[in-house]
Design a protein around this ligand. Structure first.
Ligand code: SAM
Length: 213
């Protein structure tokens, strides 16, 4: 089966059939070539229903989890979106398909460089990349309409909440090192309205306002 046919099957069987309906998310997942973001040895598994290893001991999340987080963000065109944990760059590409303004932070130079090269080779040439500790956000371009954290934190990093706009949405896995709750946080003044979406397992968010190395 061609990668395109596998992508169509992935969206049908893993995304839409599990309740993800947002038209922008579906369109983006049909378009973005997930196989381009994986190490050569794993491209044949690119459309499988599980997370996969990239390098530096990190992972590209399961397609369903990527779709679910994208849907929960409720991105509106022209929203500014900050992603913490660029990883392979796959989620970054989906975000850029949904809005014009995307900022992404990764702590491993090797991952950031590879993601930047892949994204540029696919024509995504206006994404903003930063190497550093994403638990501190990216103050220079704050506040953001949406923030997505693709690694798990012991609690919601204060800096990220501060860098969210009023009524802005933050999605983040929060909990222990081996099991977490996916949370959606909406900023209402100085307080947050929080909802638990589902249980999940993510690699740790390591940094000043996350886990210790
Ligand atoms: N969204 C990615 C994708 O589509 O491939 C998957 C990301 S992976 C599950 C989590 C990423 O968060 C890893 O690349 C990891 O290095 C990164 N990470 C962990 N702690 C971080 C921090 N403090 N700042 C930035 N990135 C961090």
């Amino acid at each position: 089966m061609s990668f395109k046919s596998q992508r169509v099957a992935m969206v049908r069987d893993q995304i839409k059939s599990r309740g993800i309906k947002n038209a922008d998310v579906v369109r983006a997942m049909l378009k973005v070539e997930r196989d381009k973001f994986l190490p050569q040895t794993l491209v044949s598994c690119a459309y499988s229903d599980y997370p996969l290893p990239i390098s530096c001991g990190q992972t590209i999340s399961q397609p369903f989890m990527v779709g679910l987080m994208s849907e929960c963000l409720k991105i509106v065109k022209n929203n500014s979106v900050l992603e913490i944990g660029t990883g392979s760059g796959y989620q970054t590409a989906l975000l850029r398909e949904m809005t014009d303004e995307v900022y992404t932070v990764e702590r491993y130079p090797q991952l950031l460089e590879r993601a930047e090269n892949v994204l540029e080779s696919l024509g995504y040439d206006d994404i903003h990349f930063k190497l550093g500790d994403g638990t501190l956000g990216w103050d220079e371009f704050a506040p953001y309409d949406r923030i997505i954290v693709t690694a798990s934190a012991p609690s919601i990093p204060r800096s990220l909440f501060q860098q969210l706009k009023e009524e802005g949405r933050l999605i983040i896995p929060v909990g222990g090192k081996y099991h977490q709750e996916l949370k959606i946080v909406v900023k209402k003044g100085m307080v947050s309205e929080e909802d638990d979406i589902c249980g999940c397992v993510f690699v740790p968010l390591i940094g000043k306002e996350g886990w210790e190395e």
